[in-house]
Design a protein around this ligand. Structure first.
Ligand code: ADP
Ligand code: MG
Length: 698
């Protein structure tokens, strides 16, 4: 059988070097296998035509038949667009293009009959379809009725004549070449147990559905397969680690922990913190290496749990380190830890990118000699020059900003892998956690320290600035402090900074009797630090910032978080930002300021924020609204769960089933060495070869 993964797409008739290049760069398709796995994102029943007169904005994708009456261009710069008036004699609808304007104008003519396909949006009195698919009637006629697949394509692909239809043609040509017969990837025992259709049957029907029922079966099979291999890989790694990797045994609870707990801890632990500490202690004493994910909403007291765990390491004659994603946060952890520890005899060091060379030269040998107990820092900690004498516990705060590889770097710092505690304040939906961190044990702090008042969240339009200012003034008069945050989006940083700077001028003017400070990512660390300090000390009443303050900043006296252009933030980011307030005893507020014109999805996002402060609910909603690919955590994690067909928001049951089947298989055949499972093993190696095998790192 052909090795489809190695067979270049250029072997397919109709794919020359130029198209191959576009397929590669635009759709990541370079082999036969890649093409077969390029699944349609939707199917349309194209036997049905709508009338223009019956179209409204709430309809999903629709198909119309008619003629273009006229073309005109409107707008300037980014909003420049081509508008075609389109009619079928029952009414007129606008077709709109923001890109490829001259191409579209050239390709389509006034008066000819076309079939138009797309999602209608209501726009004032009229409806329009942005970037519709258009075909000549006679072309469209070639597409058999029934379920027509739609493949996502980019403008570049379309310009190279690789539209959805062309992709479908390529699929057809390829399947023909392969005589409609594909190698099976699942083992026979799995197929038997699950009663799923064969890979051949699935791929055939995913691209050329014979019926709605067969399509469904094909989707189920492919989703299962995708999730199954991920789970099999994760579970196998986890079980390998559990069996093979020795962990450092922290058997003692000694002076450091006990003294701190009895004499220094300023408050009682919450029940959730106590439970999590028990879980961590059990792990670290078990003889197995701990790999634990600690989830807890913002403000739930994870830092304290981290500190207590580090004290346990010290009691067992090991060093511990804690790594944070930003300097501000590392500094703050350092200050927090120092405050907690007071005059206890524990040697703590701070190591970040801006640690002075002289200081570094002193610190590094001290860490290597074991003269430092706790090292708190940023990425600087994972540099090769940082050597520990006996690293026993590595804590990583705000997990989602660190990639797996960076984490692995930390693990190399001892001959025996240190215990690892990963902390995240971005609650992760269960399905996502199972996929991203499926091999980590999970602890959850599901309780906030007592006495917190829930934050009140309000949504206000940006034409109501006066009311906003007077509200802020009222709060400041009561002695509170205010954050004002501006978005910083990749690609438009220049504009974003300008917005922040303009806003800063306005606030300085409006609140001239107070001190306003500003922090953003373009400032030097020292300057940032100085400005932050003004706010932390209370000298400044208002802190204006980009999202650099997103994680970790802790100023309990700050009671208002104003988020400008809130529509431009993702849910988890909004939630993180909101978590900066509500840390003191006062009633806190989060004010989401947006423009009046909002898309449905954005409006939903803001509504969810107003309705709930529960991070887990928000995470689930985020997953539903945006899909896993876009979720903050996954994009930044570098783990790239690049799912081609399964959807973590809606396929939770399939995921659980896939995990169960994988687990059962490993229970019977832990190393997949039965001949029956040989091909699975190879397939996993192929699929995940580029990723780090966590279990093997030592
Ligand atoms: P997280 O890192 O989970 O967002 P922090 O560790 O920064 O939260 O804790 C938030 C605040 O709550 C800190 O000021 C911390 O001192 C305080 N805190 C933590 N645990 C408790 C507790 N058990 N009782 C009262 N306050 C607590
Ligand atoms: Mg924290």
């Amino acid at each position: 059988m052909l090795d489809l993964d190695k067979r270049s797409i250029t072997y397919l008739t109709g794919v020359g070097p130029k198209k191959a290049e576009v397929l590669k760069t635009e759709a990541n398709i370079s082999s036969f296998e890649d093409l077969l796995n390029y699944f349609p994102y939707k199917y349309m029943d194209r036997s049905r035509f709508y009338k223009v007169a019956e179209v409204n904005g709430s309809m999903p994708y629709i198909q119309l038949k008619g003629r273009i009456l006229s073309f005109e261009t409107a707008g300037e710069g980014r909003s420049k667009r081509l508008i075609a008036r389109f009619t079928d004699n029952t009414g007129v609808i606008e077709l709109v293009w923001f890109q490829s304007i001259s191409y579209v104008k050239e390709k389509f003519s006034i008066g000819k009959e076309y079939i138009v396909f797309g999602k209608p949006t209501e726009f004032g009195q009229t409806c329009n379809i942005v970037h519709p698919d258009i075909d000549l009637i006679e072309q469209a006629g070639q597409v058999a009725g029934g379920l027509t697949p739609y493949y996502s394509t980019t403008e570049k692909m379309k310009k190279s004549f690789l539209n959805s239809r062309a992709i479908q043609n390529l699929q057809y040509a390829l399947l023909n070449l392969l005589k409609w017969e594909l190698p099976e990837t699942l083992s026979s025992d799995v197929l038997e147990k699950t009663k799923l259709v064969s890979r051949t049957e699935a791929i055939k029907n995913i691209h050329f559905p014979e019926s709605a029922d067969k399509l469904k079966k094909a989707q189920l099979r492919l989703k299962f397969e995708e999730l199954f291999f991920i789970q099999l890989n994760i579970l196998q790694t986890a079980s390998y680690r559990k069996q093979k990797l020795k962990g450092l045994v922290f058997s003692t609870v000694g002076d450091a922990f006990n003294t701190f707990y009895k004499a220094y801890l300023p408050f009682e632990l919450t029940d959730a913190q106590k439970r999590v500490m028990r879980e961590i202690r059990a792990d670290m004493g078990s003889g197995r290496q701990m790999n634990r994910l600690l989830q807890g909403d913002v403000g739930s007291g994870k830092t304290l749990v981290a500190l207590l765990s580090m004290l346990l390491a010290i009691d067992n004659k090991y060093q511990a380190c804690m790594m944070a994603p930003t300097e501000i946060l590392a500094n703050q952890h350092y200050v927090t830890v120092m405050n907690f520890l007071g005059d206890m005899n524990i040697r703590v060091a701070l190591l970040t990118g801006s640690t002075k060379k002289k200081e570094r030269n002193k610190l590094l040998p001290a860490i290597a000699a074991g003269e430092i107990d706790l090292v708190i820092g940023t990425h600087a900690l994972i540099e090769d020059t940082v050597l520990f004498s006996s690293l026993g516990l590595a804590i990583i705060d705000e997990q989602h900003r660190f990639g797996v590889e960076q984490r692995a770097q930390l693990w190399k710092k001892n001959t025996t892998i240190p215990h690892v505690l990963v902390m995240t304040a971005t609650p992760i939906p269960r399905t996502l956690a199972m996929t991203l961190y499926g091999d980590l044990d999970v602890s959850v702090i599901d309780q906030l320290p007592p006495g917190r008042k829930p934050i009140l969240t309000l949504h206000r339009y940006d034409n109501k600035k006066k009311e906003l200012y007077s509200f802020l003034r009222k709060e400041i008069r009561l002695g509170r402090q205010v954050y004002v945050v501006y978005p910083l989006i990749e690609g438009s940083e220049k504009l974003d900074y300008k917005n922040l700077e303009d806003g800063f001028e306005v606030f300085k003017d409006v609140f001239s009797e107070y001190n306003v400070c500003m922090v953003h990512g373009r400032m030097k660390a020292s300057e940032k630090e100085k400005e932050m300090q003004k706010f932390i000390s209370g000298e400044a009443q208002i802190l204006m910032a980009t999202t650099v303050i997103e994680v970790g900043v802790n100023v309990p006296n700050a009671s208002v978080m104003v988020i400008e252009s809130a529509e431009r933030f993702g849910l988890s980011q909004l939630h993180q930002l909101r978590g900066r307030v509500g840390r003191g005893a006062e009633q806190s507020y989060c004010i989401l300021v947006s423009s009046y014109k909002l898309s449905n999805e954005t409006r939903k996002r803001l509504e969810i924020m107003v309705q709930t402060t529960n991070g887990f609910e928000i995470a689930e909603a985020d997953l539903r609204l945006r899909g896993h690919g876009d979720l903050e955590g996954t994009r930044q994690s570098g783990m790239g769960i690049d799912l081609k067909i399964a959807n973590l928001a809606s396929d939770g049951q399939i995921l659980q089933y896939a995990r169960d089947v994988a687990q059962q298989m490993l229970d019977e055949d832990p190393t997949l060495s039965l001949p029956l499972h040989q091909s699975l093993k190879e397939h996993i190696q192929n699929l995940f070869s580029r990723k780090i095998n966590w279990g093997m790192i030592s």
